[in-house]
Design a binder for this molecule. Structure first.
Ligand code: XMP
Length: 514
């Protein structure tokens, strides 16, 4: 990927840092997020075309606020500071930063100097999104104030000679309608990055790079879950090394209706992958027998998966590499400047697998965000149904059956879940929804069917909108659709006499019920 020019984003911990990276990529320029304190020497070694200093929650006026290496300003690179990044520039380059008299948060209008390059052709007034407590009161030597309003005398500044720019607002958010044009000007014109980062080019380069890295006699092992990440990883490797990629699919008995058969059919027959499928459902269900606690379920499923997968890999033998569908947000988690966050659920069920297996890792999606993985999947001609599958948790239906997991309860949930997804697809809503599924509750309620009194299970329907699963809101599904889902579940699934709809957002709830 070295042929693409890169914009490095120094991450000062803003909630929008990832978004800046995505916006740059949407402009077809490669971007990477690095820690705010990455040394100037390392930055030089990476040879980026430009730097962006992100926003951040700290105040440059506070003691020990995060500051970059002073020498980054001597690298001769164009630099754009956003919000906290602007204040860093203001402070480090000799201007004056002070607490704003009013914290400015939300939409704001700015007067701009239309002769300046960032706002060229934008008229004299622009709408922007602000979120800051400090402000630059005096621009550093060499800089001109190029945007202002009553609360911020220097809402943007630039030093045309050094190609340094700073903006107090957030050009990366949609609430700054012309923000993308400002970013485009910076990366395309100022930093001179041609828009060459396309998924087609990326796919081709990745395939070449994989083919080059993986020796002619080396074999690669991949745990295929059927989700979009492992599917796209498999497709890339399949193109690069063909049958030397061995995909192992573990049926843990906790999958959705007909899922195991579908995976076999789709991946083996249609995609022609070298697929080994292992039916380990008895083993998983045996290990889960009588287990009620959600975290214990996860641990058991994770540990059993590793045992099964290791045994299979030993049986097949001779692997040098383990491929994983790690995405960029997982990578950023480990580099960025963030406080420790408590483990709410142990999601990384198979964490530790690569270390244990002593295989070298291949992670061809490490640079990509989820939507880019989907675009890459399209580029590789994958079936739409594979690309647009909603996420499904590793522990599967076990964390959607509250209480102990039994075969009977799995069957009830599978049938109910199938109806939820089927109706949502029929309504044409499946793609736009982050996840939609059924949950089987550990309560029975009274009902009446015909002349009979019933005392049976409750199904909760969960459907959420989200862009990254970190936060989510319940989908405002049409009442008619909910009515159809409810009627079908109660009529078609034996053992269920009541359906409820979950109207909780995350936070404070979570997406899954366990
Ligand atoms: P929560 O329930 O924490 O879920 O809001 C956030 C996202 O993660 C998925 N999820 C999991 N994925 N193993 C996984 O691979 C897990 O143990 C697990 N728990 C939750 C969940 O489906 C949602 O997309």
């Amino acid at each position: 990927m070295t042929n693409h020019k890169t914009v490095l984003i120094l991450d000062f911990g803003a909630q929008y840092s990832q978004l800046i990276a995505r916006r740059v990529r949407e402009l077809h320029v490669r971007s990477e997020l690095v820690r705010y304190d990455t040394s100037a020497a390392e930055i030089r070694a990476r040879a980026p075309a430009a730097l962006i200093l992100s926003g951040g929650p700290a105040s440059v006026l506070a003691e020990r606020s995060p500051m970059p290496d002073r020498d980054i300003f001597e690298l001769g690179l164009p630099i754009l500071g956003i919000c906290y990044g602007l204040q860093v520039m203001g402070r480090m380059l000799g201007g004056e930063v002070a607490p704003a008299s009013n914290r400015e948060f939300g939409p704001a209008s700015l007067f701009v100097d239309p002769k300046t390059s960032l706002f060229a052709d934008m008229g004299e007034e622009i709408e922007v999104w602000m979120s800051h407590g400090d402000r630059v009161d005096q621009a550093p030597p060499g800089f001109l104030a190029v945007a202002w309003n009553d609360s911020s005398p220097i809402a943007a500044m630039e030093d045309p000679d050094r190609a340094f720019f700073g903006v107090q607002f957030h050009p990366e958010v949609n609430h700054t309608p012309r923000g993308i044009e400002m970013l485009a000007h910076f990366v395309h014109d100022v930093a001179n990055c041609a828009p060459t980062w396309t998924m087609g080019a990326y796919a081709q380069r990745q395939v070449e790079a994989l083919a080059e890295r993986i020796g002619r006699d080396d074999r690669v092992l991949l745990a295929l879950s059927g989700g979009v990440d492992s599917t796209v990883t498999a497709a890339l490797l399949d193109r690069a090394i063909g049958d030397r990629l061995v995909c192992v699919f573990v049926d843990n008995g906790l999958l959705r209706l007909n899922e195991a058969e579908q995976v076999r059919e789709r991946y083996k027959e249609r995609m022609g992958l070298n697929l080994v499928s292992v039916d380990a459902s008895d083993r998983f269900l045996g290990a889960l027998d009588g287990v009620v606690d959600p975290e214990r379920k996860r641990k058991i499923i994770g540990a059993t998966f590793i045992e099964v997968f290791e045994a299979e890999s030993a049986r097949l033998g001779g692997f040098r590499y383990l491929a994983q569908g790690t995405l960029y947000p997982d990578v950023i988690e480990s580099v960025s400047f963030k406080g420790p966050s408590a483990t709410i659920k142990s999601h990384h069920n198979v964490g530790g697998l690569p270390e244990r297996m002593k295989l070298e890792l291949v992670e061809p999606l490490r640079e990509l965000f989820k939507d880019e993985v989907r675009a890459l999947g399209s580029e590789l001609d994958l079936d739409e149904s594979l690309i647009w599958r909603q996420p499904f948790p590793g522990p599967g239906l076990a964390v959607r059956i509250l209480g102990a997991v039994t075969r009977r309860r799995l069957d009830i949930l599978r049938d109910a879940d199938h109806i939820v997804v089927d109706e949502i697809k029929r309504a044409g809503l499946y793609r736009g929804i982050w996840q939609s599924f059924a949950v089987l509750l550990p309560v029975q309620t009274v009902g009446v069917m015909g002349d009979e009194r019933t005392y049976e299970n409750v199904i909760a329907v969960r459907s959420v909108d989200s862009s990254d699963a970190m936060t989510a809101d319940w989908t405002r599904l049409p009442y008619d659709l909910l009515a159809r889902i409810s009627a079908r579940i109660i009529n078609e699934v034996r053992g269920v006499n009541r359906v409820v709809y979950d109207i909780s957002s995350k936070p404070p709830s979570t997406i899954e019920w366990e």
